[in-house]
Write a protein that binds this ligand. Sequence first.
Ligand code: HEC
Length: 557
Amino acid sequence: MTDRTIAGFSRILAQTVVAACAFAGLVTALPSRAQAPTGFHQAPATTAQLANPYRGQSAAIAAGGALYAEHCAACHGRNAEGSGNIPPLAHGAVQQAAEGEVFWFIGTGDAANGMPSWAALPQPQRWQIVSYLKTLNAAPSASAPGPDTAAAIAAPPPPPPFTDFRYEAPGTVRKISVADLPAPYASASAGNAPQLVPRPDDAWPQAPAGFKVGLYAQGLRVPRAMRVAPNGDVFLAESGAGRIRVFRGMTADGKPQRSEIFAEHLKQPYGIAFYPAGPNPQWVYVGDTDAILRFPYRSGDFQAAGAPEHIADLPAGGGHWTRDLQFSLDGKTLYAAVGSGSNVDDPDTKPAEKDRADILAFDPDGSRRRVYAYGIRNPSGLAIDPRSGQLWCTVNERDGLGDNLVPDYITTVREGGFYGWPWWYIGAHQDPRHAGKHPELKDRAIVPDVLLQPHNASLQLAFYEGNRFPQEYRGDMFATEHGSWNKSVRAGYEVIRVPLHQTGKASGEYADFLTGFVLPDGRAWGRPVGVTVAPDGSLLVSDDGSNSIWRVDYVGK
Ligand code: HEC
């Protein structure tokens, strides 16, 4: 919904109220509270009073489920679980909001942020969808059938250098340049959320020749970011369970010897960092979506020694909940990556975007918050080059401009640097949804170092300094590509390698490294999220599609 619609709507409402009150001679007693917007997409307060004529009726719920599958599942997911900036409907704000507010929003939409208006659906159908949505909170329900992907799989190959899962193969080197970008809307904006299926017995991640892939851990609850403690313990944010898990040791067949819960009852933990540097950190820092917490820690602890200290608030709400953390090599600065709340809302007019789409910096005690770099739509992963101290990030760019826009990217981060969002993208390309705005920023928008496939949802980033892989991998980066809904044939769902050629600098190239998470018919069974280097030099990859962690080892030819 646009500001203009809100303004127009409340103006009409206000005029009606004024007229009614004037008639009753009560102009001074304007019931202004009734017009105040509530928290749910600024729905007019009156909408909360609307009664759902179908509430709790089983036939209506079934009809609503079918309508959901037909119209909504392609973006919000078969289980209404959401993805990237598409909010979940099975939990979160929708389950808190009044039925009338949800009904109103479905009819209104938010075109600028990719949510169509469904005003063309007759009102009874919209209410049936609301009835169905309100059943989802209670228990995980049967999945709605997903959209037909057969047509997408038969689609012609994308124009190079763009690609999709059908052509991903370990070792394939790719390079996208600024000159390759198509015009906005060259293709339609897709709704293609992954239809996750259980991993078939014969499906397994594929790595380049000489590498062997094993299952390190499984049965996890939404395993996300991972970081290795100085003593070699592997810390994992099990974001879906609100907890941090620790793995220790490695058996001969590549599994942890022990696994414990380090901390629980968190909101949505993601980033993990140890401080201070060296063999004996005193704290484990956690980016818990709306705050930075730190737990007292002594090397070797399996459980946090005490309650967490809340050292800073972080802006939260809307989409993009991950908050990765890193310390500068000199230990003086704590970086926190905070993605935008929306797809392309303008921070000039939307206060909810203040201090979002930024990398924020703090002193290690959480004080002196400042913006380190901005215009970075969703910087999901941060990494520091251990050789140079250079900060890098991996970024999910915006949706809604077509299959091959806008490339996600991996880049060095410059202090004070502006990376374009929401007015510009990949340097001096103006987002058509913000035409004419901020011409003075055009030449300041930095072109990132490595352009990735659009909509592959790049998440965590790790430098390889192990000594188990061949020498040419030393100093390179690995990144996970989670995959997104906004591409007609899915791309991503893989781990990539970014070569730095022993120079610490990217050439713009990347290579497919670990693939095979999508079946030939287009259904995905796995989605890489976290990547880190185990103490023995093997690579660990968390996967919140199959809720497991994969281990990639080098065994030679
Ligand atoms: C083309 C993709 C797409 C389709 C199809 C779609 N949505 Fe959405 N929906 C979105 C996006 C993107 C947002 C987030 C908008 C924003 O940030 O304001 C959203 C937001 C919502 C929200 C608000 C959720 C919240 O937590 O704030 C509701 C409710 C919703 N959609 C319901 C539906 C229903 C019901 C349907 C089917 C009738 C549907 N959507 C179809 C993309 C889609």
